[in-house]
Unconditional design. Structure first.
Length: 117
C-alpha cells in the first residue's frame, strides 16, 4: 500500500492552514469551553447584546489583521513583519483598556507616553 505522499504529494500550505484553523480556532476552544464553563451556551445567551457584538467586531478585526500579516510577510520579511506586529500589539494592548475606562486619567496617559518615549 502506498503512502499519502506517494499518491498525492505533500499537502500545500493552504490545506494545512485549513486544518489548523479548524482545530486550533474552532474545535479545541469550543471543546475546552464546554469542559470548563458550566452551562456555556446559557452563559453566552445571558451576555448583553452589545458585548456580543463587540466580541464579533474584535474577532473580525483580528481576522483581518491575520490576513494582512500573512500578506505582508513575503513582501517585507518575517523579522520586520513580526517586529511591527508585536510592537503594534503591545501598544494597542496597553492603550485600549485605558481608553475603555469611563473616566481616563490624563496624568496616567502622559506617564504612559513618557515611558514609551
Amino acid at each position: 500500500m502506498r503512502s499519502w505522499n506517494e499518491v498525492y504529494g505533500p499537502l500545500k500550505w493552504e490545506a494545512w492552514w485549513l486544518v489548523h484553523s479548524l482545530f486550533a480556532m474552532i474545535i479545541l476552544p469550543t471543546a475546552w469551553a464546554l469542559i470548563v464553563v458550566p452551562d456555556l451556551f446559557y452563559s453566552i445567551a445571558q451576555a448583553p447584546v452589545d458585548i456580543k457584538i463587540m466580541a464579533m467586531i474584535f474577532g473580525a478585526v483580528w481576522g483581518i489583521g491575520g490576513i494582512m500579516f500573512g500578506k505582508s510577510a513575503p513582501y517585507i520579511g518575517m523579522s520586520l513583519t513580526y517586529g511591527i506586529v508585536l510592537g503594534l500589539c503591545a501598544a494597542a494592548g496597553s492603550l485600549i483598556p485605558y481608553f475603555m475606562k469611563d473616566d481616563p486619567n490624563a496624568a496616567a496617559l502622559r506617564m504612559y507616553w513618557e515611558a514609551l518615549l
